[in-house]
Design a binder for this molecule. Structure first.
Ligand code: NAD
Length: 457
């Protein structure tokens, strides 16, 4: 029997060891999901909704212990764990409110004896291979609408968020979702690879570009519906007419929230030369106010780095920037353990020859680059293989709209950042992925439109 050891990234201590899947148990679970899916799809939507409503009530009732589990296994500051669970409630409310209209059969043509209709049938058995940084958000974005739409879900939490994934299954089952309609698979990469090899009708992946590319190559020839929600190198431009203090406070939070481990973290900042120095001063003051420490403590803002190998990535990015002439204002190094810690790091004098302005950092590390014009800023914002989010700070809405219209990103922000709404689609350009979650499109994506041509005899 395989086992998975789960460690606390803030202390390095072993939390527990759980039974993990292997190729045989993955195949067995996939078969069980296949056998159970048709009955779930035939269950009235109102009954499926009732299960998700009960699930939300149960999550709310257990919010504190669930937040504590997430904090222990990921190193996420406890307040942010609570924020995530509360945010999940809003997403569930959106899906419950939107699902009837979104899945309703549409009559698109009716003339004499001829009627044309579209209905939305579930994909069938869908796999969800998920990330650890927001396990409830990125998991819930998939399993809530997928279940509502009548699919069975094979859910593989990240090996860094396994206890959270097991809690999701427990609560969904207690809420009435049949045991074989939502099944958790426990393990590391090889369990994900075994899952993707099963006869599935869709694979919804959230994680790194490297893994997404590997999955796409394996799945391509099988013509299975594939969605990839991958990384980003999200830029924000602060225009010369912006309030540097306001922009700095917002962007420091956008860059460092969740210890910089958000797919939509602000990863690059461009500031017009006219306000650059005032912005940097205010930015540093905000970053210096962030409390680094035990994620279980109430006022901690910067917690642990969840995956130990990321520490070397951050060190390399800082070293590369320094070697090429960047100025280091704070941090730039690991903090003493036990556990995985990296000091909040701010660099200026950066440019696009540096990996810190090209590759996802995924940590509390940010580069700030001075620019001379809007055109230069737009050129730099688009100088990336990614395209998840991008933002502009200026009081001038027309200027912001004109700039953001030119930026290749799935989500754009005016005077805000690091924000996700259940009402809006979440998608990326380029290496940030294919497909989407959230919004009514993020319900339809778990269905197949079926075209009906109906002629009265
Ligand atoms: P990861 O790619 O290391 O792992 C993601 C999942 O894939 C895990 O469950 C892992 O076990 C599994 N996996 C790894 N190798 C596999 C393989 N060969 N075959 C099948 N499955 C495999 O990513 P991560 O470290 O968990 O997440 C961080 C990344 O996720 C960042 O790049 C972040 O930007 C991205 N992310 C994107 C979004 C988004 O909405 N676009 C949201 C959250 C995170």
């Amino acid at each position: 029997m395989n086992h998975l050891a789960i460690h606390n990234p803030a202390t390095g201590a072993l939390i527990t060891t759980v039974v993990a899947d292997d190729a045989a148990t993955v195949a067995d679970k996939a078969e069980r999901a296949r056998a159970a899916q048709a009955a779930w799809a035939a269950t009235p939507l109102a009954a499926r909704k009732a299960c998700i409503e009960r699930f939300a009530v149960a999550v709310r009732a257990e919010l504190e212990p669930l937040a504590a589990i997430m904090t222990r296994e990921t190193g996420k500051p406890i307040k942010m764990s609570r924020n995530e669970l509360n945010g999940l409630m809003g997403r569930i409310d959106f899906f419950l409110g939107a699902v009837d209209a979104t899945l309703a059969t549409e009559t698109v043509f009716a003339d004499g004896g001829m009627t044309e209709q579209i209905d939305h049938t579930p994909l069938g058995v869908v796999a969800n291979i998920s990330a650890w940084n927001y396990p409830w958000f990125v998991g819930g974005n998939v399993f809530v609408p997928a279940l509502l739409a009548g699919n069975a879900v094979l859910y593989k939490p990240s090996e860094y968020a396994t206890l959270t994934g097991l809690a999701m299954a427990r609560l969904l089952h207690a809420a009435g979702v049949p045991a074989d309609v939502f099944i958790t698979l426990v393990g590391e990469a090889e369990v994900g690879a075994a899952l993707q090899a099963q006869p599935i009708d869709g694979l919804f992946f959230t994680g790194s570009h490297a893994t997404g590319e590997r999955i796409a190559k394996a799945l391509g020839p099988r013509l299975v519906k594939l969605q990839l929600e991958l990384g980003g190198k999200d830029p924000t431009y602060v225009c010369d007419d912006a309030n540097p203090q306001v922009a700095a406070e917002s962007l420091a939070d956008g860059a460092m929230y969740n210890t910089g481990q958000s797919c939509c973290s602000v990863e690059r900042i461009y500031v017009h030369a006219r306000i650059h120095d005032a912005f940097v001063t205010a930015f540093l003051a905000t970053v210096n106010s962030f409390k680094v420490g035990d994620p279980a403590v109430e006022d901690t803002y910067i917690g642990a780095i969840t995956r130990a190998p990321q520490l070397a990535v951050l060190e390399d990015q800082v070293a590369d920037a320094m070697a090429k002439g960047a100025n280091l204002h704070c941090g730039g190094h690991r903090l003493p353990g036990p556990g995985n810690w990296f000091a909040p790091t701010v660099l200026t004098g950066v440019n696009h020859s540096m990996t810190i302005m090209q590759e996802e950092s995924f940590g509390p590390v940010i580069g700030i680059q001075k620019v001379a014009s809007d055109a230069e800023a737009v050129g730099l914002m688009n100088d990336t293989r990614y395209g998840l989010t991008a933002g502009v700070f200026t009081p001038n809405e027309a200027r912001a709209r004109a700039l953001l219209a030119q930026v290749r990103a799935g989500t754009v922000y005016w005077n805000c950042c690091d924000r996700v709404s259940p009402r809006l689609p979440w998608s990326g350009y380029g290496d940030s992925g294919v497909g989407l979650t959230l919004s009514t499109y993020g319900i339809q994506t778990f269905t197949r439109p079926k075209a009906w041509h109906l002629r009265q005899a």
